[in-house]
Design a protein around this ligand. Structure first.
Ligand SMILES: Cc1cc2nc3c(=O)[nH]c(=O)nc-3n(C[C@H](O)[C@H](O)[C@H](O)COP(=O)(O)OP(=O)(O)OC[C@H]3O[C@@H](n4cnc5c(N)ncnc54)[C@H](O)[C@@H]3O)c2cc1C
Length: 412
């Protein structure tokens, strides 16, 4: 990474969160001039991407970080999931997915976003030709046939930068997406996710739990020091009420909802809430520009897929650019590259949107016939290994046509 006064780049990435930073690193072997523009200072308490949440990394994300040479550091800071237990509170149906049955060492790895952020951000200075402009906010964009022009505000100063390709990786509320003329629809789930971690009496031992309740699902993920990270989804009113509780009352409340599969809970940490919505775009590309990650698809976290899906956007974009360069194209923002990217990514994104939205509605439906159906479904799912295998393949990010990085193959 260089400190420079350069103003013309091959690629400018708007947003240096989980996806924008991963893209900057993934592009390294292509020797392009890249700038990441990130609005919030590194390590700031308010950094919205590298925060206290835990992320379950899928198998395809693991392979991608392996291909990028970052996996040894990430795995050292992660906890493997070897078994997932899915249940419906107060009903007889439940299901298991097991790493052994899938023939893999782990179904996924849990890492705290802040910790993942440190690994990724510490790697940025090792990349030649990569500028990190932070804090800097993109406030205006103009798209031409040959270049995109971008205005970046850094405190009281502002400057114009140009690039062959502008990548909007500025999250679900993406302003850059609007600036490049791609619209998005947003549906409020009227649910919040309350996240935090606690100490269970029984060690999680690499088991993750997803429990569906009348008010919304609750997930418990194994993390370091035998603690469990929770993602507890409920109505905004109830979420606000539990957030306001003192530690002991909160612990009693979450114990009542989750049950005693992990024994008695204690030592709950800081709790934070995230309002949940589904956002979908009416396209992925514009002239000299493209959207990736949450800017392209904001999912409900019920299936822990948002970041994993965004990484597959990153891998596919890198593949399309690398393929064009092998054909000796020096321009990484041509219409043919962008169209290849959009055609490739659309089916995976649409499938994941339908899948996560479907789970939210199936398990949020309180009508008796639907509850019976999903219990039968969960039992059937548990009894038929083929069905479980297909489901696991999707959640591990291994279904469909995979780009090089998602298969663990380095770009060059
Ligand atoms: C409770 C919860 C749990 C989750 N768990 C999982 C999980 O287990 N597994 C999984 O795969 N996914 C999970 N997700 C989803 C995952 O967190 C997101 O998909 C991921 O953070 C998206 O990253 P991003 O970089 O696209 O967007 P963001 O994280 O939103 O980052 C966008 C970045 O852009 C910057 N920015 C914004 N505007 C500008 C601008 N104009 N100029 C410059 N910079 C700008 C922001 O400061 C920010 O750093 C979860 C989500 C939630 C809410």
């Amino acid at each position: 990474m260089t400190e420079s006064t350069q103003t013309d780049y091959d690629i400018i990435i708007a947003g240096g969160g989980m996806i924008g930073t991963s893209l900057g690193l993934a592009l390294a072997p292509l020797n392009l001039r890249v700038a990441i523009v990130e609005a919030i200072a590194r390590g700031a308490e308010l950094q919205p991407s590298f925060d206290d949440r835990s992320t379950a990394l899928s198998r395809s994300s693991q392979r991608m970080f392996e291909a990028m040479g970052l996996w040894p550091e990430i795995v050292a800071a992660s906890t493997p999931i070897r078994n997932i237990h899915v249940s419906d509170k107060g009903r007889f149906g439940f299901s298991h997915i097991d790493a052994d049955e899938q023939g893999v060492e782990a179904l996924g790895y849990v890492v705290i976003n802040r910790v993942l952020g440190q690994v990724l951000q510490n790697s940025l200075p090792k990349v030649d030709g990569l500028d990190m402009i932070c804090p800097g906010r993109i406030t205006a964009v103009s798209l031409g046939d040959e270049r995109a022009e971008v205005r970046v505000e850094e405190g009281a100063e502002s400057r114009q930068l140009t690039c062959k390709l502008l990548v909007a990786a500025d999250g679900a509320n993406s302003a850059v997406r609007d600036m490049i003329g791609i619209s998005a629809t947003r549906t409020d789930y009227e649910q919040w996710a309350v996240i935090g971690n606690l100490l269970p009496e029984k060690k999680p031992e690499n088991r993750a739990f997803e429990r569906f309740t009348e008010d919304g699902p609750i997930a418990m993920l194994p993390i370091a020091d035998d603690r469990a990270a929770f993602v507890w989804i409920q109505s905004p009113e109830r979420a606000q009420a539990v957030l306001d509780l003192p530690d002991d009352d909160f612990t009693a409340e979450i114990q009542e909802v989750f049950g005693f599969r992990l024994g008695k809970f204690s030592k709950v940490g800081r709790r934070v809430a995230y309002p949940l919505s589904l956002s979908k775009t009416n396209g992925l590309i514009s002239r000299r520009s493209v959207v990736v990650g949450n800017a392209a698809h904001g999912l409900h976290p019920v299936a822990a897929q948002g970041f994993n899906l965004g990484l597959r956007d990153v891998a596919a974009l890198c593949d399309c650019i690398a393929d064009a360069r092998e054909g000796s194209a020096s321009d990484c923002g041509t219409a043919s590259i962008l169209e290849a990217y959009a055609d490739w990514r659309k089916p995976d994104q649409e499938k994941l949107v339908r899948f996560t939205d479907g789970i939210v509605h199936l398990f949020g439906d309180r009508r008796a016939p639907v509850r019976t159906l999903r219990n039968i479904g969960m039992l059937g799912f548990d009894l038929i290994p083929g069905v479980r295998k297909a489901f696991a393949k999707h959640t591990m990010g291994l279904a469909g046509r995979l780009p090089r990085l998602s298969r663990g193959v380095p770009l060059e």
